[in-house]
Design a protein around this ligand. Sequence first.
Ligand code: ADP
Length: 160
Amino acid sequence: MRIGVCSGSFDPVTSGHLNIFERAAKLFDTLIIAVFCNPNKKPLFTMEERVEMLREATAHIPNIRIDAFSGLLADYVREQGACAIVRGLRTSTDFEYEMQHDLFMQHAASDIETVYLMAGGQYSFVSSSGIKEMAKFHGPIKGLVPANVEQRIIEKYKND
Ligand code: ADP
């Protein structure tokens, strides 16, 4: 049984993330989407909201499980019996960040591999922070986030 872990803040999940999940789900028996509780970030959506949005948006992918975690990613991956972490790569900025992250992982957990999938061409500019900025000023986000997320984000900013 091969288990992969896709980790991130997913504040909120975007169509770019979903594209990575759909492709990565074909590479593993089970793909866990693990929402990281990052004490250094103040998220727009609560952990419960992020998990619920992910559940709704991935309901069509049978071998995906949504979870939340805090602490060291390597410990979580081992606890889950997973063999690999999956990350998406958009730009050279992502590459620089991911390379440093990977070197830390090699240092802390040389038994865990990270697999990188290039962002889908139409989503390489999409980020959760860009979506929030666009939505805050009532700009168009249709197609850049799953439909359930579009509704929730519009709701969050409706009085701005
Ligand atoms: P983090 O807080 O760890 O940056 P994110 O939720 O922003 O978490 O992203 C989680 C993962 O998804 C990262 O590997 C990131 O590079 C990837 N990712 C984010 N946006 C996209 C996108 N549009 N296309 C492909 N991968 C993406």
